[in-house]
Design a protein around this ligand. Sequence first.
Ligand SMILES: Cc1ncc(COP(=O)(O)O)c(C=O)c1O
Length: 455
Amino acid sequence: MKTEYRTLDPARLAAVLERERARYVQSNSRSSALAQQASAHLMFGVPLHWMSDWSMPFPLHVDQAKGAHVTDVDGHTYMDFCLGDTGAMFGHSPEPVARALAAQATRGLTVMLPSEDGVWVARELARRFGLPVWQFALSASDANRFAIRWARALTGHRQILIFNGCYHGTVDDVFVDLVDGKANTRNSLLGQVVDITQTTRSVEFNDLAALESALADGQVACLLAEPVMTNIGMVLPDPGFWDAAQALCRRYGTLLLIDETHTISSGPGGYTQAHGLQPDLLVLGKPVAGGLPCAVYGFSADTAARAEAAKRQAPPGHSGIGTTLTANLLAMAAMRANLAEVMTDAAYAHMFGLAEQLALGLGQVIERHNLPWCVTRIGARTEFQFTPTPPRNGTQADAILDAALEKNIHLYLLNRGLLITPFHNMMLVCPSTTPADVDRLVSAFASFVEEVVRP
Ligand SMILES: Cc1ncc(COP(=O)(O)O)c(C=O)c1O
């Protein structure tokens, strides 16, 4: 019979952190010098302010990234299990994408007109995802924003619904948190002047009764959701949840907008195809063009017909949808090569095997040390969570986040040549990751635990 769970020793954690910070500082002199120079002209010393929020004492500056590896400016090579937080899910600079980019580079980059690649790509997306009509964007954030606009335009409803704790990019509409059961506009948003709760409703994931009451007045244009929540730690749907949720959306005239940007780890047609979901709208960004900025969104036949009618009936002028560089020639060429030659069934089969090995290995470490932690996996995406039983909703998932412990582990791994995703405990494997790489990650994780667990 199991004894009580073991806990981590705060004194050991502090000592490990101090040692690892010193080790990082000592072995990254070139990154340190660049960080110092950067502080003169880059806000927070980085091109995007949250790049300074990783676990390192100062940002690691990258020299290059190829396949499953990242090399920094001090010459260290890392096994990359972050993979650009999914942007490089199929490896850095995949050969077919690099070739397509080189070929397109001298043939025009952007013209604001369609090319043959777009025709091929849309046909392939229709085959993979079962939705017949597609549009493009430059990021998943944009694609979500545009899909929401279409949903509002074609249903004539102002309200949207999201799950508490979700993240769909920098889409203002989704930053509504449930605080003691009440919807609040997220207080960390900069420059947010609109009360988002006026037009966005929020319920807990896996709560069908709450979902029904949020939909019941028939005023909700769309439910925007990841099929598995991935951004507050992973939250899996209860068995039967999506069948029932889809039926509720249909009953109350709400479009189901599925964001597959992270759950594309589930297979070549995303979680949607792997689990038989039938969304009205579907968004996919990040890895779809092999790491080049690009995103896609698809419509069911009925939704597309209603969207086209809404556009035709609207007064002439800007729709609020699209950007100048959207569907540029370079991105379309990259996407075609990526879908045809990189994001293949064979690549997924390889990645699934490795992710299974990783989940098993981490699970064994947790079990061996009797820690109150668990491992969650969807396809090629694996995560360890600081709870013995996986969370069922955003509130539970939020309650188990431990940023200090996360950063401690991440820095420990980084100093041993292993990169995992910041702000999560999420790990991805790519087509060129090997079983030996996974073993290295598992044993470094084990040695961290051995150093910090209470004897
Ligand atoms: C589910 C989901 N959708 C959309 C996005 C936004 O992607 P991007 O930052 O590329 O716009 C993210 C980013 O993490 C995401 O996790």
